[in-house]
Design a protein around this ligand. Structure first.
Ligand code: UD1
Ligand code: CA
Length: 454
């Protein structure tokens, strides 16, 4: 049986932040969430997360209920953190131990590490080779290629510092052997911390064998310690995501000027124009043009849509819809197919029917608008009376004249017309025309028809 231990007890002082390092967001998701997601793909028998007790609530908010929390009261070092998890390892044969600050080590790489563990070995260290090994722990080997120690850069001799194979901070241990050595750690080192890496030397001193498993992830495998590491990881993940999308048939006109979070999905032949930001669980269909300069957060967009210089948040847009420039669609708005929302139109928590148009300068909030309705420039749904929000209903083929104010709750009937500048306080009967302030019915000229959607 194999357990996993994620070390998340450190403070991360190099971040210079009042927020715990592991909660800093990398492409919209906390660093620690990546690690937990990658580990959960391994289906280990148990996952233990070592955390500072005062951060328990914040860790639980990330919503990984299937992990066991273990507290490290004081950040005495990665070795001390692992020690805190030991009581949870009874009955397990092997344990995968992972730094909580390495979000880019994939489940495939962890699998490779676990697979290279075999009987007769006490531990496997996941390592990678860097051109510049910087401040990482050096993997020191004997002539047979066994790992005899890991030496932290601050404690390394000049010769050891030249070693380019570094420790990624992921390990697989025999639980039996780990129990023999975990209490032998000391803190006689440059940082005065209990280093997990010292275990390698102690195991060797007891005649045990430690090997390394190299990944070609290079600097991707390494932990995020500072804001510049975070920016670098962001850059790498973005490059990966863009590459993936382009391979699937999405055009990204200027990848270096585009931001797309990992969970975003985009259909074939969609074009992403520069300066677009696509976040959260956004899903975009086929053959759309998104951007330039469009912000989508948890947006669901159908096929063949055009979203130009606009913002769409937590909303659904069906197929063949034109949005923008400068539209703001938010809070569970639902824009149905073949409709168009133009410049400086804000749509909040509203349903816009098919073939309906709101092309200029309008606020549509808490409204249910039918099909083939024309919303004139400057239309406002006055949905808020200072205390509560009220609903506006506009039925199919209505024609709302420019600068109409609709005081909610209100209903404009099918095919009804409101004149320019009308302030509508009462429901408008289907097929009637109202004008003025406050709006009142007038007789319709025989040829007059609602629903001219221009
Ligand atoms: C660590 C390794 C180093 C390796 C590097 C890879 C040690 C001593 N060194 O260095 O060999 O090259 O990762 O990125 O481990 N933690 C706790 N409690 C603590 C201190 C740390 O849980 O008291 C956790 C941290 O949250 C982090 C991990 O242990 O996830 C590693 O600690 P960190 O301080 O980041 O170690 P590095 O100096 O990066
Ligand atoms: Ca680190």
């Amino acid at each position: 049986m194999t357990a996993g231990v994620v070390l998340a007890g450190g403070k991360g002082v190099r971040m210079k932040s009042s927020l715990l390092k592991l909660f800093h967001k990398l492409l919209g998701k906390p660093i620690i969430q990546y690690v937990l997601e990658n580990i959960s793909k391994l289906n280990l028998d148990k996952v233990i997360l070592v955390i500072p007790p005062e951060e328990e609530k914040n860790f639980r908010e990330i919503g990984k209920d299937n992990v066991i929390y273990v507290f490290q009261e004081k950040p005495l070092g990665s070795g001390d953190a692992l020690k805190k998890a030991m009581p949870e390892l009874d009955g397990f044969d092997t344990v995968l131990v992972v730094n909580g600050d390495a979000p880019l080590i994939t489940d495939t790489v962890f699998k490779g590490l676990l697979n290279s563990y075999k009987d007769g070995i006490s531990a496997v260290v996941l390592s990678t080779v860097l051109d510049d090994p910087m401040h990482y722990g050096r993997v020191v080997k004997d002539k047979d290629g066994n790992v005899i120690k890991i030496v932290e850069a601050k404690d390394a001799s000049l010769k050891e510092r030249e070693i380019r194979e570094v420790n990624t901070g992921a390990y697989c241990f025999s639980v039996k052997d780990l129990k023999l050595v975990i209490d032998k750690l000391d803190n006689n080192n440059a940082q005065g911390e209990y280093y997990i890496t010292q275990l390698v030397e102690i195991l060797n001193s007891m005649g045990k064998k430690v090997i390394s498993h190299q990944t070609d992830l290079g600097s991707l495998a390494l932990g995020i310690n500072s804001r510049s590491d975070l920016a670098l990881a962001t850059k790498r993940l973005l490059e990966q995501k863009m590459e993936e999308l382009m391979n699937e048939g999405v055009t990204i006109v200027s990848p270096e000027n585009t931001y797309i979070e990992p969970d975003v999905k985009i259909g074939k032949d969609t074009v992403i124009e520069p300066f677009s930001v696509l976040k959260g669980n956004t899903v975009i269909g086929k053959e759309c043009t998104i951007g330039p300069s469009t912000y989508l957060l948890n947006a669901s967009i159908g096929d063949n849509c055009d979203v130009f210089y606009s913002v769409v948040k937590n909303s659904k847009i069906e197929s063949n819809v034109k949005i923008g420039p400068f539209a703001h669609i938010r809070d569970e708005a639902h824009i149905k197919s073949y409709s168009a929302i133009g410049d400086f139109v804000e749509v909040k928590k509203s349903i816009i029917g098919s073939y309906t148009k709101a092309m200029h300068l309008a606020y549509l909030g808490d409204a249910e608008i039918g099909e083939r309705v024309n919303i004139g420039a400057g239309t406002i749904t006055c949905n808020y009376d200072g205390k509560t929000k009220h609903k506006t209903t506009i039925e199919d083929e209505a024609f709302i004249g420019s600068h109409t104010c609709l005081r909610a709750p209100i209903r404009v009937g099918k095919g009804a017309i409101t004149g320019a500048g009308a302030v509508v306080l009462k429901d408008v009967e289907p097929g009637t025309t109202v004008v003025g302030v406050p709006a009142r019915p007038i007789e319709r000229k025989p040829k007059e028809e609602g629903g001219k959607s221009e």
